[in-house]
Design a protein around this ligand. Structure first.
Ligand code: NAP
Ligand code: MG
Length: 464
């Protein structure tokens, strides 16, 4: 795999200040494929200084010029689709077709949307006798996870750049190679030096230094709730803007009038995609008691078709694999019934977990409450719609979800009762322009589309 033994700071690849390194492992065969530098607080400081120095120039650039640079970035990503997909497959382990369609395809669509929005967004509005200016927030510290590694970078960097902000990115230690590839694309797109900077490194070192840096105006974090709470506390203490995209335990609610086979098939596919490492995955399937046994049978049969190493990849790391297997064991201990998969790991090498379906799950069980982040579906039973709404809303999370009913109106009526940021109605498609983000402990703020752009803007009112 192509790699840089350097950080991308102020428009060039420069050596890290320290000598620490991170080994990148291919989770499908457990081989080390690359080594990248582990940045220190000094590297973060150099990157933040570069971003601060570049801010006045970039913030003052005409929106159509920023749109042109983002269009060039989109073209770079498009030209390197194959390389992006191969890189994500090597460091995350997802099957190549999924890497091509989703890990390369979605960031391309998101970058294209911000190339468009940068040129068309109203950065000024009239309110009575005032003109309201929408100005960039400033220097953005972006901290991203490994599960959709390029998407999560682009979902922060593209709106930040469109808004006129400058960026320092600390990507996940497991997936730094696609982040380096993105920095190459930024460079080739002619985005000025210092506007985007990359520091690879460990969360508690480089990530923490970035979250704490007083030269950062907004911290945008995607990852675990535990780390998100710390970052939120740091930002609160410094009166700094913060955006948090955290975990989920989303419900797939199948109402009695729904097309059950379709709802179950789409629901299982949703959970197994990316080996279950999706914050918005519908990991709880809620089925009416009269059709529960039928749904369990359909789900078990659907899950059995996800052959590890073919349709479904490994988990990102040995630690994640062990964590997920621990959850399956916990589910069994608390009374869940395994109808597909189970805690036994498929024959190695590779950090695989068997695609697993748990039946007889009740709302208070750990597997119904906590984010597992693996290919594990819990199926719960409800008595009536009130019961279904209570169970669906009965976790600390509220990121996504689905409702299936006999018609869209019935599904929408139920969706209004859900405490969650997104709901797919009868199998609605992913929309890269729709605001994405959480209710409750799933986070603060929204990404994607015009709502995502607003996160990187602050307002100034001029009175006439
Ligand atoms: P994580 O630790 O929250 O990682 C997310 C990002 O934060 C990474 O870049 C990480 O760096 C960094 N980080 C870690 N500690 C930090 C700190 N003290 N200060 C600043 N930044 C820090 O998540 P994880 O350990 O990779 O995954 C654990 C669990 O989190 C998963 O099992 C899943 O439940 C959840 N998760 C959710 C999402 C999501 O999309 N909502 C994504 C990933 C994980 P390192 O890479 O060096 O740790
Ligand atoms: Mg971590």
């Amino acid at each position: 795999m192509k790699q840089h033994d350097a950080m991308y700071i102020d428009g060039s690849w420069r050596p890290a200040e320290g000598s620490g390194t991170i080994e990148v492992v291919n989770p499908a065969d457990e081989q080390v494929i690359a080594t990248v530098p582990a940045g220190s607080a000094r590297d973060v400081d150099a990157a933040v200084r570069a971003a601060r120095a570049a801010l006045p120039g970039w913030a003052a650039t005409a929106p159509r010029e920023r749109a042109a640079r983002l269009a060039a970035l989109r073209d770079q990503l498009a030209a390197r689709t194959e390389e992006i997909a191969e890189t994500v497959t090597a460091e995350l382990g997802s099957p190549l077709a999924f890497s091509t369609n989703v890990h390369a395809g979605v960031p391309l669509a998101v970058c294209a949307s911000y190339a468009e929005l940068a040129g068309t967004h109203a950065f000024e509005e009239k309110v009575g006798n005032s003109t309201v200016l929408h100005e960039p927030v400033g220097v953005v510290g972006a901290i991203t996870p490994w599960n959709y590694p390029l998407h999560q970078i682009v979902a922060k960097a593209a709106p930040a750049l469109a808004a006129g902000c400058t960026v320092v990115l600390k990507p996940a230690e497991n997936t730094p190679l696609v982040a380096q590839l993105f920095a190459e694309c930024v460079d080739a797109a002619g985005i000025p030096a210092g506007v985007f900077n990359l520091v690879t490194g460990l969360g508690p070192v480089a990530g923490q230094a970035l979250a704490e840096h007083e030269g950062v105006d907004l911290v945008s974090f995607t990852g675990s709730t535990a780390v998100g709470k710390r970052i939120g506390a740091l930002a609160g203490a410094a009166v700094k803007r913060v955006a948090l995209e955290l975990g989920g335990k989303s419900a797939n609610v199948i109402l009695p009038g729904a097309d059950l086979p379709k709802a179950v098939a789409v629901g299982v596919a949703n959970v197994m995609a990316n080996s279950g490492q999706t914050c918005s995955a519908w990991t709880r399937m809620l089925v009416h008691q009269d059709r529960y046994d039928e749904a369990v049978e359909l789900a078990a049969a659907a899950a059995a078709k996800y052959v590890p190493g073919e349709r479904i990849g490994p988990l990102v790391s040995a630690a994640q694999r062990d964590r997920v297997r621990g959850y399956i064991e916990r589910g069994i201990a608390e009374g869940a019934r395994v109808v597909a998969g189970g805690p036994q790991a498929p024959a190695g090498p590779g950090y695989y977990v068997a695609p697993t379906v748990l039946a007889d799950v009740t709302p208070e069980m750990t597997v119904a409450q906590e984010e597992i982040f693996g290919p594990v579906l819990s199926i719960l039973k409800y008595a009536d719609e009130d019961d279904a709404a209570r169970i669906a809303n009965g976790t600390v999370y509220g990121l996504a979800g689905a409702v299936w009913a006999g018609d869209d109106a019935a599904a929408v009526a139920f969706a209004r009762r859900l405490d969650t940021g997104q709901v797919d109605i009868n199998g609605g498609r992913f929309n890269p322009l729709a605001p994405f983000g959480g209710y409750k402990q799933s986070g603060i703020g929204r990404e994607l589309g015009p709502h995502g752009l607003s996160e990187y803007l602050q307002t100034k009112s001029l009175q006439f």
